[in-house]
Structure formats: structure tokens, C-alpha cells
Design a binder for this molecule. Structure first.
Ligand code: PLP
Length: 370
């Protein structure tokens, strides 16, 4: 692995388990799983094995798992699918990923605020819910600041104030770190490439009884919920990556949490560095700080030159750094948020990554402040 890669929230290197699981489906097991003959059945077995792996990790049943092209599609399918099929409105939170926010806004839904560390404001959420609410979407963990929402508390509010509504959680950033079994949620989105799987594949898990309008029409795969020939190698990789992630989750949380703590403690030794969210309220892989007297773009440039891959706002298609809607919603002062730095660790992060970052970042900050 490349030393200095601290952008696991953007994407993760492929886990070896995923690569091994994918290889047969890039070779001799090439069939189309929708077909009727033995070659097709062999590919279908790969898809169904992965479905069982995903169902097991999420605490859903295999028939409740729908494979998608990634987190963005899963989020859009949850929000648009529920409201287009059943009417009503959608409610979400200001710090959500745009894959949730934009569909909710497109439908004219409600967006509620967060507290100073990025947790959904439960009172505001309760006020936003009524008998027209069809879908509520609250993320498990935030992609920028790493904040974890209390989904049990969210579910209690939703069940009381809008019992007809379904609760969706975007667990794209949560799945590495949080045990998602037993959550009182109706729909869950995942993305393989955030947890050591390949890019371009994800999951929408939906409880029996949740019915959605598909995003597009075609061959009726995935029980009419998501047409299109299955990306069999990617699906096999997703299943293996998620199973390995869940099996090692406790140990990874501990190991990576220690690395993250050393990293953040080292950064806090620099004057004018603020930890954006207390560690007790965020996932173990997330380090987010705001550095006074520097701007993120210049800092990232210096870090990249010194071999550290990091990010400021969440990475977006253009690579352009726009003001972060997450930090704005958290009311982080502008003088701080212009120097936001997101360092995110993952399954293969090592002491060497932290050593390099702690070598490079203080020097880069000093250079920019001169
Ligand atoms: N949701 C969250 C919280 C994310 O962080 C991301 C990706 O950054 C997505 C959704 C989109 O997932 P994908 O890249 O698989 O489309």
C-alpha cells in the first residue's frame, strides 16, 4: 500500500479478500445471472452468496437486499422510490451527503438542522414530521466530520411522530465502524468502495413491506426493484469485503482508533488547531481538524507534494473545493472552516501513515503561516 494515504472516506484500497472473490467472475464464471442454463446459474450462485453475506452483516434477510451501482444510486432509490410510489414528502438532515440531500430537495422535502458537532437536532426533526411524511433519511456517520448519529433516538422520534414513515439510513461511512444489526431502520444504503470493495457497486437493504418505485425500467432484475444485468464480479467483491470488514470490525476499531488518536493528538500540539468533533462522537477512522491561519487548498497542495493524500470537504467529481455544507450546518466559524482538514484512516492504515502525516503537516502549516 502507499504510505501517506489518509483519504479512506473518499475511497479505500481493495481488500485482498475482495480481489480473490472477484477473480473467478472475471474469468471462467462469466455468465449472466438472469439466464436459465448452467453457466448462468453458476454466476447467479455468486450473486446469491454475496447477497447472503450482506444480509448477515446488516441483519436483513437475503430477499431484502438490492444490489445497486453504489451509494448514490441506493440513496436516490430510497428517497425517490418511496415518495414516487406512495406520495407524501421526505425529510432529511442538512449534513447528509448530496446523494440524499439533492433528491430530497428535488422532491421539495424538508431539511432539518444539526447541533454544533453534527448530530441531527431531534426536536427540529420531531417538528418536521407529520402525517404526510413518507421517508426520513438520517445518516449513520458523516463523511466529512465523522459524526455518528444516535439512530435509536432518531427511530424513536420517527416511530412516534410519523409511524407511517420509513426510516432510511445512509450507512456508506458507517458500515466499516458500526454494527448495523438490530437497528430500528427500514432501509440502509452501503457502498463497496468505502469498505475495501470495488467501485461501482452498492446495496439498498429494505425491509419486507417497503415498496419503492424503481429508478428505471428494464429486465426486472432484483425482484423488479433494480433492472440491469448484475455486475457479478463487483457484487462478489462487495460481499467478501463486507464480510471481512464485519469479522475484523472490533479489532480494526481498536487498532485504527489508536492510530487516529495519535494523529489527532499530534496535530493538536500545533497552535490554533481545533478538533471539529470530539472523538467520543465519531467513527474511529475519522480525524477532522480546523487549522487557523491556513487555507485548505494550499495545505492540501503542500501535503500532496510531501506524499500525504488528504481532503478538505468531501471529495467531489470536479475536485474543486467548495465551502463545506457540513461545516456550515454545524455553524463552524468561517475562519476555522477555511482551514478544514479531513484525514481518514481505514483497514490498511499503519503507524507509518501517521508518522509521515505528523512529520509533514506541522511543517506545511508553519510554511503557510509565514
Ligand atoms: N453517502 C455517503 C455518506 C458518502 O460518503 C458517499 C461517497 O462519498 C456516498 C453516499 C456516495 O457513494 P458512491 O460513491 O458509492 O456513489
Amino acid at each position: 500500500m502507499i504510505t501517506g494515504y489518509l483519504d479512506h472516506a473518499a475511497t479505500t484500497p481493495l481488500r485482498p479478500e475482495a480481489l480473490v472473490a472477484m477473480q473467478p467472475f472475471l474469468g471462467e464464471r462469466f455468465g449472466n445471472p438472469s439466464g436459465a442454463h448452467a453457466v448462468a446459474r453458476d454466476a447467479r450462485a455468486g450473486v446469491e452468496d454475496a447477497r447472503e453475506q450482506v444480509a448477515e452483516v446488516l441483519g436483513f434477510r437475503p430477499q431484502e437486499i438490492v444490489f445497486t451501482s453504489g451509494g448514490t444510486e441506493a440513496d436516490n432509490l430510497a428517497v425517490l422510490g418511496a415518495v414516487r410510489r406512495h406520495g407524501g414528502t421526505a425529510v432529511t438532515v442538512a449534513t447528509e451527503h448530496h446523494a440524499v440531500l439533492h433528491p430530497v430537495e428535488h422532491l421539495g422535502g424538508r431539511v432539518v438542522g444539526v447541533d454544533g458537532i453534527g448530530r441531527v437536532d431531534l426536536e427540529e426533526l420531531a417538528d418536521a414530521l407529520d402525517e404526510r411524511t413518507r421517508l426520513v433519511s438520517v445518516m449513520a456517520a458523516n463523511n466529512e466530520a465523522g459524526t455518528v448519529n444516535d439512530l435509536a433516538a432518531v427511530a424513536a422520534v420517527v416511530r412516534e411522530r410519523a409511524p407511517q414513515a420509513w426510516l432510511h439510513t445512509d450507512a456508506v461511512q458507517g458500515a466499516c465502524w458500526l454494527d448495523l444489526r438490530g437497528l430500528d431502520v427500514d432501509l440502509v444504503s452501503l457502498s463497496a468502495h468505502k469498505l475495501g470493495g470495488p467501485k461501482g457497486v452498492g446495496v439498498l437493504a429494505l425491509r419486507e413491506g417497503v415498496t419503492l418505485e424503481p429508478l428505471w425500467y428494464g429486465g426486472g432484475q432484483e425482484r423488479e426493484r433494480r433492472s440491469g444485468t448484475h455486475a457479478v464480479p463487483a457484487i462478489a467483491g462487495l460481499g467478501a469485503a463486507l464480510a471481512a470488514t464485519a469479522a475484523e470490525r472490533a479489532a480494526t476499531n481498536e487498532r485504527v482508533g489508536r492510530l487516529r488518536d495519535r494523529l489527532v493528538d499530534g496535530l493538536l500540539a500545533i497552535d490554533g488547531v481545533h478538533e471539529t468533533v470530539p472523538r467520543s462522537h465519531k467513527v474511529a477512522g475519522s480525524a477532522h481538524v480546523c487549522i487557523e491561519g491556513v487555507d485548505s487548498e494550499s495545505l492540501l497542495f503542500l501535503l500532496e507534494r510531501a506524499g500525504v493524500s488528504a481532503s478538505a470537504a468531501s471529495s467531489c467529481a470536479s475536485g474543486a473545493l467548495e465551502p463545506s455544507h457540513v461545516l456550515s450546518a454545524m455553524a463552524v466559524p468561517k475562519e476555522w472552516s477555511v482551514g478544514a482538514l479531513r484525514l481518514s484512516l481505514g483497514w490498511c492504515s499503519t503507524d507509518a501513515d501517521v508518522d509521515l502525516a505528523l512529520d509533514v503537516i506541522p511543517a506545511a502549516v508553519a510554511q503557510l503561516r509565514r
